[in-house]
Design a protein around this ligand. Structure first.
Ligand code: SF4
Ligand code: SF4
Length: 361
């Protein structure tokens, strides 16, 4: 596939704002979804306005050709369900043929009837790492993950995990007022299934304009902190590598590393602000199908975002983001067992661990 050559940087731009080797490229194969989670941005203004569809396979190849040259990590993710992409297996094959050493991850809600067979095929053939989205157990799961089924989720994940290497799997849970008591049950479920890495993210209101910002106050309550501390202790007992949203660093735009290391391409080719804002109608930095990934990453507008990052000035689109809005919270204890870390291997399938866990899933 023909990849457009890099454009010369704007004359007034110093090299410090350019990105040559992105840490990670996130590809949204589809933004169609089979669920209607209560916390999902799909249900709010920007999600309802966004165009919906799936990436044409010729464009998948075009994107992968360039991404494989630029980065060592590709994540198949989206404001949709990755397993709904009809040519997913071909895509995985194509990515590994472009670079057999690529670190490939995908996220899934694991609630399609065929999820187990699709994932089993991928896992058997390749070393893909997979992050399962889970927001609680039993009735809590069914209430939040509307249209999903906790029983099917467990059946799917246990089928996959029996067949594949456990280190390649993780759970991601968005923790908020309705489910925070489920942190320990989720850890225990993970352990029972052989999942050795769990990430607890906070709710992100960046793309939920109808939810009051006061929802972030919950994270500074005694009840939440007590449960989180209990979860840290339980994770240690269970030998699970637990990462969480960074609650202890003061919120600011500088807390976000996305403008530097992780770049999100929507199904229709737009380089978006990040995975929390996959809404080209709201903001984009060019179309990679036409301009190439690197030219969009280093477009004058994205350079401006990185200049703002240096000055810790928050772009208006990020004004409601959890990374910007949640203040430093004290009283969180998270014991680290170094021997547990080495026991569990090296691969955590979140996007860069604590800082860059997906912003909305
Ligand atoms: S949170 Fe994920 S699984 Fe749930 S509706 Fe949104 S995109 Fe679909
Ligand atoms: S601050 Fe939030 S909304 Fe802005 S780029 Fe980072 S994750 Fe995305």
């Amino acid at each position: 596939m023909l990849i457009p050559p890099p454009l010369p940087p704007p004359a007034d731009t110093s090299r410090q704002y350019l990105v040559a080797r992105p840490e990670c490229i996130l590809i949204e194969l589809t933004n169609l979804c089979n669920l209607q989670c209560t916390t999902c941005a799909r249900n709010d203004t920007y999600g309802k306005e966004m165009r919906k569809g799936s990436m044409d396979f010729d464009n998948v190849k075009r994107v992968v050709d360039e991404a494989a040259r630029l980065t060592r990590r590709i994540v198949l993710i989206g404001l949709g369900e990755t397993l709904l992409y009809r040519r997913l297996l071909e895509t995985v094959d194509y990515i590994y043929s472009a670079d057999p050493a690529i670190e490939l991850s995908l996220t899934t809600n694991a609630t399609l009837p065929e999820s187990a067979s699709t994932l089993a095929f991928i896992c058997e053939k390749l070393k893909t790492s997979i992050m399962f989205s889970i927001d609680g157990t039993e009735q809590t799961y069914n209430t939040i993950r509307r249209g999903g089924s906790f029983d099917l989720f467990v059946k799917t994940t246990s089928t996959i995990l029996r067949a594949a290497k456990a280190e390649a799997f993780s759970f991601n849970m968005v923790v908020f007022e309705d489910n925070y008591r489920e942190m320990v049950p989720v850890l225990e479920l993970a352990e029972s299934l052989g999942v050795l890495a769990v990430n607890f993210n906070s709710l992100n209101l960046a793309a939920l304009p109808h939810v009051p910002l006061a929802a972030y106050d919950f994270y500074d309550t005694a009840g939440f902190k007590a449960e989180l501390n209990r979860a840290h202790r339980r994770a240690l007992q269970l030998g699970i590598r637990l990462t969480t949203f960074d609650f202890e660093t003061m919120g600011s735009f500088k807390k976000c590393k996305y403008p530097w290391d992780s770049f999100y391409i929507t199904w229709d080719g737009f380089l978006a602000q990040c995975c929390a804002q996959p809404f080209p109608q709201r903001k984009h930095f060019g179309n990679v199908f036409e301009l190439g990934i690197l030219n969009c990453i280093n477009s004058p507008e994205f350079i401006q975002v990185r200049k703002m990052w240096y000055e810790n000035i928050t772009p208006s689109i990020c004004a409601r983001c959890h990374k910007v809005r949640i203040p430093a919270i004290t009283g969180i204890q998270h014991p680290i067992d170094p021997s547990a870390r080495s026991r569990q291997g090296t691969q955590l399938t979140t996007i860069g661990g604590v800082i860059n866990a997906p912003a909305y899933e």
